[in-house]
Structures are given as C-alpha cells and as structure tokens.
Ligand binder design. Sequence first.
Ligand code: CA
Length: 218
Amino acid sequence: MRLLVVEDDPMIGRAIRQGLVAAGYAVDWAEDGRIAELALANGVYDLVVLDLGLPARDGMTVLEELRRAGNHVPVIIVTARDAVDQRIAGLNAGADDYLLKPFDLDELIARVRALLRRRAGVGSSLLTAGALSLDTVRKSVTKEGAPVSLSVREFALLEVLMQQPGAVLSREKLEESIYGWDDDIGSNAIEVHLHNLRKKLGAQAIVNVRGVGYRLAE
Ligand code: CA
C-alpha cells in the first residue's frame, strides 16, 4: 500500500512518514500543495494524509481539484483543533476522515487501516484467500494455520495481491504499490520478492500470467 503525506511542517511530516513506514506502508512526502498535485496526478496512491494549511496551494484546493478530476482515493485531512469550519468544509469537499492537531500517531495509523479496509470492502483486519490468512494489524501470515515468516516487502506484496484476489497486477503496478520515491528499487526486485514468496508459500500460490502480471492462485 502506497500513501502520500502532504505536510509542510518538517517535524510533523517526518514523524508521520516514519510512523507510517514503520507500520509497513510505502510513503511519499510532499511539502507543499503543488508537489502534492503533481504526485496525485500519477494516481498511484491508496490513501492521502492531507494538511490543509500549505504553501503554494492550500489543502482544500488540492482536495477539490482531486475530486473534480474524478479521483476517489481516500483522504484524511489534518486540521487545527479550533478550525471547525475547515473540518466541515473538508468533509463536504470529499475528505473521508479528519484528525485534529496535535494527534497521536497510533490513532492516525488506526484510521489509515480502517479507511484502507473500507476501500477494499473488507470489514476486518484479517484477509483470507484459500489456505492463506494475513493479519494487516499484527503483520502476520499463516498458511493452513501455520505461521509463515515474511520480510517487510514480501508481506507488503502479498497484502496487495490478497486485497484484490482475482486481479492480475502488472509488475509496474506492484512496484508502485510497495515502493515510495525514496526507496532504492533494484531492476528485478519484485521478481526476487515473488520468488521468495513462492518458496515460502508454495510454487502454486502466485500465478504468473505471461506478459500481463501476477495474481493469487484461486
Ligand atoms: Ca501546515
């Protein structure tokens, strides 16, 4: 899952990014509204954390433009505690949730997870497919009830595949989903992670649809 954090305060932005990376997400950080718009034009994000008071373009404008363009990516707005009007305007403009500054990182992460679940149409933090179960909160995977130990990237990759069980996802799409701007990606990194996942979960667990991409086995 790849997230965009839009925040001009360097300390808050760094803290949010660190917290979300530690929670297993690929995170890009835009420090003004213009960079946010450029980043969002690519459409690669699963969720956006959006501060409203920003240089270059304010957060409300970014949000309105995003929705006008038909982009339905979940957005959590971050506002000052006393800015009730902004909060209401933000929700009316298409934000999905809000947080009041200063906020607790654990609460932000819990809200991010809740919104991502809602987006995927799953009611719980547990994803299942065939013999596989993946717990998005505990970051654990079992196969036929037995725990499987995965690296952070392997877990992120499996989570993306399990969120969309029937879908064939291209290598580029998988890459976009689990890496951010600052990540160093080797040219065959995805293939290496998929190879390792197959070794751990069974060769049949992930199907390669030649020329198209990868999907979870039925
Ligand atoms: Ca700000």
